[in-house]
Design a protein around this ligand. Structure first.
Ligand code: ZN
Length: 229
C-alpha cells in the first residue's frame, strides 16, 4: 500500500497502486470499504487506526478490491456479486446487502444502493450524515472498465439513472479510482458518455489493457474501456 490519508477524525482512505479503499468509523463499529489491490494486511492496518469492532463491506469483487478479504470470516456484499467474488478466489461468508439496506455503524449509517453494470453486483454506499456517496468504480473520473464478460453497459446506464433518485443527498462522491473526491455533477456526464457509446455516437481508439485489445472512449471528464467495436 502506498499511502494512508486521514480524511477527517473518523475516516481514512488508503491509496493502493491505483486503487483506493476506505475506513469509516461510527460510534459502535468501523467499516472497511474494500481491501485494495495489494494489501493482504488491510485488516491489521485498519485495526491499528481504530479499536472499534471492524466489519468489511465490498463495493464489488474485482481483484483490485479484495486483496485483504481473506482476513475476514464474513463480509457485506451484493449476492449478485458472489459468482464474480468466488471466481477471483474470494473466501468467507457473504452477508447479503441489497438496495435500501442500511449498515449502521452507530451515529453513521451507510445506505446500500444497487448499481449493477460495471459488475453484476456493484453497490454504492450513501454515508447519509456525511453527505457522501461512495461510488465504487462506477462513478469516477478515471477510466471505467466496461469490457469483458461480466460488464453490462445497459445496466450501467440504468444504474446511473437510478442514482438520480438520491440527488441532493450528497455533496461529494468518493470513488475507488481517479480523483478524490469528485463532484456529484460527474454522474450526469458519465451517463451522457455511456449513452453516446451505447448509441454509437462516440468514437473510440483501440488500446491494450491487460494483454487484450479494448476500445477506449475518452471524454473530457472520464473514460471507458469497452469491448472492441
Ligand atoms: Zn477497480
Amino acid at each position: 500500500m502506498d499511502e494512508v490519508i486521514r480524511i477527517n477524525e473518523n475516516t481514512w482512505r488508503f491509496e493502493d497502486a491505483g486503487v483506493r479503499f476506505l475506513l469509516l468509523c461510527g460510534t459502535e463499529k468501523a467499516a472497511l470499504v474494500d481491501t485494495g489491490r495489494n494489501t493482504p494486511d488491510a485488516r491489521k492496518v485498519a485495526e491499528g487506526l481504530t479499536e472499534l469492532p471492524l466489519v468489511l463491506v465490498n463495493t464489488h469483487a474485482d481483484p483490485d478490491h479484495i486483496s485483504g478479504n481473506a482476513a475476514f470470516d464474513s463480509f457485506y456484499m451484493s449476492p449478485a456479486e458472489e459468482e464474480n467474488y468466488r471466481a477471483h478466489g474470494g473466501s468467507g461468508r457473504l452477508l447479503p446487502v441489497r438496495e435500501g439496506d442500511v449498515i449502521d455503524l452507530g451515529g453513521r449509517t451507510l445506505r446500500v444502493i444497487d448499481i449493477p453494470g460495471h459488475t453484476p453486483g456493484s453497490i454504492a454506499l450513501l454515508d447519509e450524515d456525511a453527505r457522501v456517496l461512495i461510488g465504487g468504480d462506477s462513478v469516477q473520473d478515471g477510466t471505467v472498465f466496461m469490457f469483458g464478460p461480466h460488464r453490462d453497459m445497459a445496466r450501467y446506464i440504468g444504474s446511473l439513472e437510478h442514482l438520480s433518485l438520491y440527488e441532493g443527498l450528497f455533496d461529494e462522491v468518493w470513488a475507488m479510482h481517479g480523483s478524490f473526491p469528485v463532484k456529484p455533477e460527474l454522474i450526469p456526464k458519465l451517463l451522457e458518455g455511456a449513452r453516446e457509446i451505447r448509441d454509437g455516437r462516440a468514437s473510440g481508439t483501440p488500446v491494450e489493457v491487460h494483454g487484450k485489445t479494448v476500445c477506449l472512449y475518452r471524454f473530457p471528464y472520464a473514460g471507458f474501456y469497452c469491448d472492441p467495436e
